[in-house]
Every structure is written in structure tokens, then in C-alpha cells.
Design a protein around this ligand. Structure first.
Ligand code: ZN
Length: 153
């Protein structure tokens, strides 16, 4: 399926207008495209207790996951600044959980972007094998093959 990246970026830009950022003034929007072609948007939502603030990327992803989505193709994130808007470390870990191969478009205020996969943004991300009888990993994917090394080198 073809999907214009401009549409993804424009959706993120529109979501940015709904940001709740009274403390930092740093307004961010995100748009998430599922493999099936559905779009979910998110904006950052700050809180007077700063640590409770949630980023736009996680809002979009959590909206999608809570709606039953598990397969993601791309995410765009945009702020109103000239610098490219890159996901924070916490968001990178959350993105890798569901879609390590997903393309992440990190945009500036002009809609220009840098692209990288979610896994590429977080090498050596934290990994925990799913528990027996627990939820299946996203997309029914098997855990990646990992090489083992001898303890003594
Ligand atoms: Zn974040």
C-alpha cells in the first residue's frame, strides 16, 4: 500500500496544535501509521508534576495499541522548531517494543525530515523474553536471534 509521507507529517503537524504544554511551551505532534493504513495521532501532554508528562509519540502509540493495533509501518514526529524533532529515550524504548523495523520520520518546522528505524534509534535496547502464557509479542514476531558468546574470552 502506498501512503504519502507528507500526509503522515501533516497529521503530526495538526496533532501538534492540540499539545498541552503550558510549562515548557515545547509543542510536539506525532502521527502513527499502521500496516493496514490506519492513522493515529498524539500530542505531548504536560503536567504540573513534570514527571507525569507524556510525549506525543507515546500518546499516539498507546491510543493505537489500546484500540487493538499491533502492526506499525511508520511514525512522524514534529515540533515547531528548526531542529529535527527526535524521540526521547523513553519513547525509543516504547517504539522498539512494538515496531523495531518501523520507519521514524523526525521532522523540523518546515516538514523536512530525517528517517531512521526505531531499532536504529536505540541500539542494544532493553529486551525481556515474553513470559510463558503471557501476551504474544507484538505482531506475533519471534524474539530476534541473539548470538551467545563464551563467558571466558
Ligand atoms: Zn518521548
Amino acid at each position: 500500500m502506498e501512503f504519502p509521507v507528507e500526509k503522515l507529517i501533516n497529521t503530526a503537524r495538526a496533532a501538534r496544535e492540540r499539545a498541552y504544554a503550558p510549562y515548557s511551551g515545547f509543542r510536539v505532534g506525532a502521527a502513527l501509521l499502521t500496516v493496514e493504513g490506519r492513522l493515529y495521532s498524539g500530542c505531548n501532554i504536560e503536567n504540573a508534576s513534570y514527571g507525569l508528562t507524556v510525549c506525543a509519540e507515546r500518546v499516539a502509540l498507546f491510543k493505537a495499541v489500546s484500540n487493538g493495533e499491533r502492526n506499525f509501518a511508520a511514525l512522524a514526529v514534529i515540533s515547531g522548531r528548526t531542529e529535527f524533532c527526535t524521540p526521547c529515550g523513553a519513547c525509543r524504548q516504547v517504539l522498539v517494543e512494538f515496531a523495531p523495523e518501523m520507519d521514524v520520520y523526525m521532522c523540523n518546522d518546515r516538514g523536512e525530515y530525517k528517517r531512521q528505524t526505531a531499532a536504529g534509534l536505540l541500539p542494544l535496547s532493553f529486551y525481556l523474553p515474553p513470559a510463558a502464557g503471557g501476551d504474544n509479542p507484538p505482531g506475533g514476531k519471534k524474539p530476534p536471534t541473539r548470538l551467545t558468546e563464551p563467558v571466558d574470552r
